[in-house]
Design a protein around this ligand. Sequence first.
Ligand code: GLU
Length: 209
Amino acid sequence: MCGIVGYIGKENCVNFLVEGLKRLEYRGYDSSGICVLNEKKLSCYKKTGKIVNMESTLPSEVIGKSGIGHTRWATHGEVTDANAHPHLSANGKFAIVHNGIIENYQVLREKLIADGFEFKSTSDSEVIAMLLEKNFSGNFEKAFYQTLSLLEGTYGIVAVFADEPDYLMVGRKGSPLVLGIGDGCTFVASDVSAFLGHTKQAVYLEDNE
Ligand code: GLU
């Protein structure tokens, strides 16, 4: 299990995501990535190795008013760029970061493949993004709850949906998540140290919240 960061607000969050991940570096990791949402389009950048490796792939003009980031400690699937988080759904509209282990991912994956979903990674976490797409019928929040109800194992998850840029959905069971209340923005992270430089107001989530 490694680190998660997320931001939603008015500012470009790319620097916060990268710096936040660097503050979580002490937890150890094998890859990192960020995904930002701008004008209803998600852009993902991920790379094995140090966070600076991923940072060096970012175009200088990249902008996001919301976004998610992840440092991975691989549990399922090798250490590859494709297995690094964030993971996108098949239609590219949902992106997730996940800390923890989805114990029943193989069963879920087989069902999704039978439904025509094409996977790009061998990580357990990618099923979460696919399930969001599959369960979506007009309401992001409902799709998120429905998806969580299908997962067995442990998770801290942050999800973003291209068509509803005013929301990040977050949920935890067995992996830590904490919200940071900023001035016109909200942060989320697996460890408060990721956003302490931006706000002192933290709300620790309990399991099943
Ligand atoms: N189980 C996931 C993976 O292997 C998440 C690992 C983590 O928490 O960093 O990709």
